[in-house]
Design a protein around this ligand. Sequence first.
Ligand code: IMP
Ligand code: MG
Length: 176
Amino acid sequence: MGPSNKLLILYTRRKINATVRRLAQEIARDYADKQPVLIGILKGSFVFLADLVRALDFPLEIDFIRAASYGKGTQSSGKVTLMRYNRTVLKGRHLLVIEDIVDSGLSVRCVMDYLQAKKPASVKLCCLLDKPERREVPVDIDYRGLTVPNKFLVGYGLDRAEQYRNLPDICYIEEL
Ligand code: IMP
Ligand code: MG
């Protein structure tokens, strides 16, 4: 980004924290006795997942899947490649996919279809941010944090060209 662009806060760390705790309560109600596997979609969900699991005090497992959509800049190309890092048996388990933001819906759709094919007991989706204006394929969101405007967001795990993931607040970039 050029020196004349500005980062503006859309959601403060305080607002994010309240949202994560509300989601954790909803999830705890449904999963406290199910030993679920929480599956974070890399890389963007790593901050959200780390905060979410520390707000859950029942037995659970954590796994990751990488969904890379090859596109340049802020536009996704529609082609999604998946990568898994370990061999947790998913058959018969209760799976909860953890995503930072659902935009076109293509990444999450691809992950949900892949997981469904593993014959789990259930698969649900929790996303911190939902940007419905950009949806290209329908996605059922079981636990939704915040519905966001059609702006490109960074921070709290979200990047632009791998920058800004470490910002504690969720910001948008004002192009000047
Ligand atoms: P989708 O496949 O178009 O739904 O895009 C989902 C992925 O694109 C997310 O996991 C993010 O990594 C990335 N993404 C979508 N919107 C944004 C944004 O506003 N800022 C940063 N990354 C985004
Ligand atoms: Mg990303």
